[in-house]
Design a protein around this ligand. Structure first.
Ligand code: CO
Length: 141
């Protein structure tokens, strides 16, 4: 059972105003959004910018009672989570469970871009909310 971390898939950044943040990133970093998606079950609208083989993910809250909405209310905008690419999320979760790591998601679930994801509790990860991302072949869904 191995976790097999690949690249960093993305760094998620909570923002108050998604459109203003997109303009800021465009103007300051010269990056163009490559993907925008509303992920209802996570209560977020996300925008991805390609940076090398990774993404920067800007996260706007759909409502104040969503996880990102609550994070914005308590901590303000900033880094929300770090996502690692893994070969197999289910296998990675089994490894973490065996290591006694506290999980938010006990099983993989649907992420954006047709990925499978799972979140790991920040209390087990030095205060960092960690996400595991498994890419799946596109076309389908
Ligand atoms: Co994410």
């Amino acid at each position: 059972m191995a976790i097999e971390i690949g690249d960093i898939d993305h760094v998620g950044i909570a923002v108050e105003d998604l459109d203003a943040a997109i303009e800021l990133y465009r103007a300051v970093l010269g990056v163009e959004p490559t993907h925008r998606e509303r992920v209802e079950d996570q209560g977020v609208e996300e925008v991805l910018f390609s940076v090398g083989s990774s993404f920067i993910q800007l996260l706007g809250a759909i409502g104040p009672d969503s996880p990102v909405g609550r994070s914005l209310a308590s901590r303000g905008p900033g880094i929300h989570h770090v996502a690692y690419r893994v070969r197999d999320v289910a296998e990675a979760l089994e490894h973490l469970r065996a290591e006694g790591v506290r999980l938010i998601d006990e099983a993989p679930r649907e992420g954006s871009r047709n990925t499978l994801i799972a979140f790991v509790h920040p209390r087990s990860m030095e205060g960092v909310l960690v996400e595991l991302v498994q890419e799946r072949p596109t076309g389908g869904r």
